[in-house]
Design a protein around this ligand. Structure first.
Ligand code: BGP
Length: 478
């Protein structure tokens, strides 16, 4: 539909950018903060690129005013950030750590003062270590009460100030990497436990969304899902079915539960067959079906192209965390599908496929299947950036990536999707969980590296000015 007349972005479209506490804040032991599972995990040798950690990150905890001033100058309408649970409840529950809460009060007030809508993520992976030690974190139903109590504390504290809330960030990623690939805490490789954890996370998510609505909170809440739309490599029916399987098991498995409270049938049967299906207790089904997110948050980076994978085919392969192009291993589920290179798209140095059209396709699938407004909570390009002698960063590759994605959103809106806003990943450069500091995403360059001996000075990249203009024009020339 190339000839189609493009709709304009809605007047109140939320042009934004995002971050997460562990990746930007630093100050890991300040003002009474407790220890999170990430604070511990990064100290295990071999887990992160060059043993990087977020002890200091990009020092946003001390420099948030400077960062917000840059946002204001750029014209940002919203800033998505996450709260570190361990700053509010150092041990996961109990007495509120007032100093921790104060930090977020200050951050939120500063945003509001600068006409930037705060978008708050309740959980972006930094679980209190105390809860992991006490009952295995997400493996116990006890977490439902603790998470709800933590969320309720924030609802009460920021009622009327924060209007956009993200419940869980990328449940599919933190559970898969934590319990299938052992690449995130708690470093487990066990599909049965992975699906059990997911069921509990779904219940926690539903409980918190219901709580938000019961409290008549002004504003909207929804989960953020890392959506990688699946394609088939060709029209061989075997490969088409493989792509359907991948979409069911890797995407619908989460989105259907968020939106409908129901597991997709073929995926659930597959898990039952394997002996990996989670136990559904009395009352679970009702709870899942009762929770109605106000929007679906989507983190979009790429698509996946699939072909049939025989029973003796490849299993889970290692990701490329070094930035050496072409080093990711083949990956798939024997008897179902494996991921193959899409010959029609380019890849980043970390082997992520660059596919703006895939975002339009994804938005259309979501729109048809769920008829729900979408908030794009992340999208961006992780690349090496070079600081010139004049402290400039000519990241035309990032401008190209982002502008093509903005265009794809506009096309999806023209197709009929309701999109509330667009948050790029990320605002400043920050710590990539497994890839250190060299994989940069920001509009704002931060002088920080794997040895943590940078000056932490901030410099505006070319993409900063590009986005400033997009916001001014409300995307009219995109
Ligand atoms: C998402 C996470 C972000 C961020 C981003 C980029 O999955 O929600 O926290 O890290 O991906 O990923 P990476 O840092 O691995 O390049």
């Amino acid at each position: 539909m190339e000839h189609k007349k493009l709709a304009s972005f809605p007047k109140d479209f939320l042009w934004g950018s995002a971050s997460a506490a562990y990746q930007v804040e630093g100050a890991w032991q300040e003002d009474g903060k407790g220890v999170s599972v990430w604070d511990e995990f990064v100290r295990i040798p071999g887990k992160t690129f060059k043993a990087t950690n977020g002890d200091m990150a990009v020092d946003h905890y001390h420099r948030y005013k400077e960062d917000i001033a840059l946002m204001k100058e750029q014209g940002l309408k919203t800033y998505r950030f996450s709260v570190a649970w361990t700053r509010i409840f150092p041990n996961g529950r109990g007495e509120v750590n007032q100093k921790g809460l104060e930090f977020y009060h200050d951050l939120i007030d500063e945003l509001i003062k600068n006409d930037i809508e705060p978008m708050l993520t309740l959980y972006h992976w930094d679980l209190p270590q105390a809860l992991q030690d006490e009952y295995g974190g997400w493996e116990s139903r006890k977490i439902i009460d603790d998470f709800t109590n933590y969320a309720t504390t924030l609802f009460e504290a920021f009622r009327g100030k924060v209007h956009y809330w993200v419940s869980l960030n990328e449940q599919n990623v933190f559970t898969s990497l934590g319990y299938m690939l052992a690449a995130h805490p708690p470093g487990v490789q066990d599909p049965k436990r992975m699906y059990a954890v997911n069921h509990i996370a779904f219940l926690a998510n539903a409980t918190v969304i219901n709580k938000f609505h019961e409290m008549n909170m002004p504003g909207k809440i929804g989960p953020s899902f890392a959506y990688t739309p699946n394609y088939s490599i060709d029209s061989n029916p075997k490969n088409v079915l493989a792509a359907e399987d991948a979409e069911d098991l890797m995407a619908n498995y989460w989105m259907d539960v968020y939106m409908w409270g129901k597991y997709p049938i073929a995926a659930r049967n597959y898990l039952l067959e394997q002996g990996w299906a989670p136990e559904i207790e009395e009352g679970d089904q009702e709870l899942l079906e009762s929770a109605k997110p106000d929007f679906l948050g989507i983190n979009y980076y790429q698509t996946a192209t699939n072909m049939f994978n025989p029973l003796d085919g490849v299993g889970m392969g290692k990701m490329n965390t070094t930035g050496k192009k072409g080093t990711s291993e083949e990956s798939g589920i024997p008897g179902m599908y494996k991921k193959v290179d899409n010959p029609f798209v380019n890849r980043t140095n970390w082997d992520w496929e660059i596919d703006p059209e895939g975002l339009r396709i994804g938005l259309r699938r979501i729109t048809s299947r769920y008829r729900i407004p979408v908030m794009i909570t992340e999208n961006g390009l992780g690349e090496y950036d070079k600081l010139t002698e004049n402290n400039e960063i000519h990241d035309e590759y990032r401008i190209e990536y982002l502008s093509n994605h903005v265009h794809a959103i506009r096309e999806a809106i023209s197709d009929g999707a309701t999109v509330l806003g667009y948050c790029t990943w990320s605002y400043t450069d920050l710590l990539s969980w497994l890839n250190g500091y060299q994989k940069r995403y920001g509009f704002v360059y931060v002088d920080q590296d794997e040895n943590q001996d940078g000056s932490l000075a901030r410099y505006k990249k070319d993409s900063y000015y590009w986005y400033q203009k997009v916001i001014q024009e409300n995307g009219e020339n995109s």
